[in-house]
Design a protein around this ligand. Sequence first.
Ligand code: HEM
Length: 439
Amino acid sequence: MPVNNPVTGPASGNASAPASDDGHLDISRRRLLGTVGAAGAAGLVIGAAGGAGIASAVSGDDSAPGAGGSPALTSVGATEVAFHGRHQPGITTPLQSRGHLVAFDLAPGAGRKEAAALLRRWSATARTLMAGEAPSGDTGIARDAGPSSLTVTFGFGRTFFDRTGLTARRPTQLDPLPAFSSDAVDPKRSEGDLWVQIGADDALVAFHALRAVQKDAGDAARVRWQMNGFNRSAGATPRPMTARNLMGQVDGTNNPKTTDPDFDRRIFVPADATGAQDWMADGSYAVVRRIRMLLDDWEGLSLEKQERVIGRRKADGAPLSGGSETTPLDLDKRGPDGKLAIPDNAHARISAPEQNGGAAMLRRPFSFHDGIGADGTPDAGLLFVCWQADPLRGFVPVQRKLDRGDALSAFIRHESSGLFAAPGGAAEGEYVGQRLLEG
Ligand code: HEM
């Protein structure tokens, strides 16, 4: 099944096999031999069919898998990502075709106790839904569908710590991002006390999780902003391929890979983190930017100019210095005319780790399209989400450099910004953030 995998790269992303041996991409198929969920709820029965990756789903409790003409769940629906693990899900998980990003502020009067109860509720809900089970009192929105690679990831914003009396435990990594000259950031759609990232390979499964998370918030927290995104559907391409964005570019090729020796060091906070970061062991920092694409301007450029803006061919993502998509960029190569094959201001050149003291991040975006804006142009672009062990060794130096001279800048606008600390994954019996809230 073709999967757009930001981590393992173009050829190897396949959700039917774990992509790493340390639980980063902990995707499993569970053989559930009975109706799950509370009695009367829309429990899903998922039966793996002989390891072939095909399972049948039975909603209700009176039919056996495969009986009664129940339609088979495709491998898209059957794929399950583990909630518990060293790292939270949704970081190294292959890109899903649907995404919701939602930020909450704690309600007036809510503090550490209410926040802890909320994270406990959220974690229980995430675990249940990611297993393809229905929580009690369920809305039924995802009835008949399998877990569909659902992931729910939780993060804490800078302001959370003052609200909960935990200021002393706020890591410096959550210091505000510097202002960039090209920013046109709307504070109302930025930051937030808490952040939840939802991804799934089915739109209803993703929306179902979003509703559940919003309902769980109860009186403790209120939605501050919400953004909805998408990626190419699993199965849309004849083989696993890197994602494309709404500018039509192959996007994600040069992401760090879980197989890189320095992957963990770049993306995750060390397991033995100390001081104000102790509770962030095995966690990661997410920078979230809603980046509007000025598509009318972009589409007015010739193909040759579009390719020079990025430094890669549009059709297959190969560097302009030659080779195929996965060939390393040759930043020194010159054409017969003596000019650099990958221009000085090409996005891929400016953002490359070797141009930024090794700074790297794991980009895991969703595209967005919110109709036509007041100016008559598409309100569309990239919900840019990138993960790193420290924003000062990831997003910040790269964006500083891009801000000064990226050819892509003329065609994009950063409209909102958020920085969130996503703690390590919850162990069995634990909830996400417990080490901060009860430590
Ligand atoms: C709408 C905005 C953006 C678009 C359309 C875009 C598009 C692309 C494309 C097409 C590539 C080449 C293929 C690849 O390696 O993935 C790329 C590479 C990259 N981009 Fe962006 N990008 C955007 C924003 C950003 C931002 C805000 C950052 C970080 C501050 C960033 C960091 C990078 C990095 C680190 C690479 C890999 C460079 C390398 O190692 O070769 N991008 N981007």
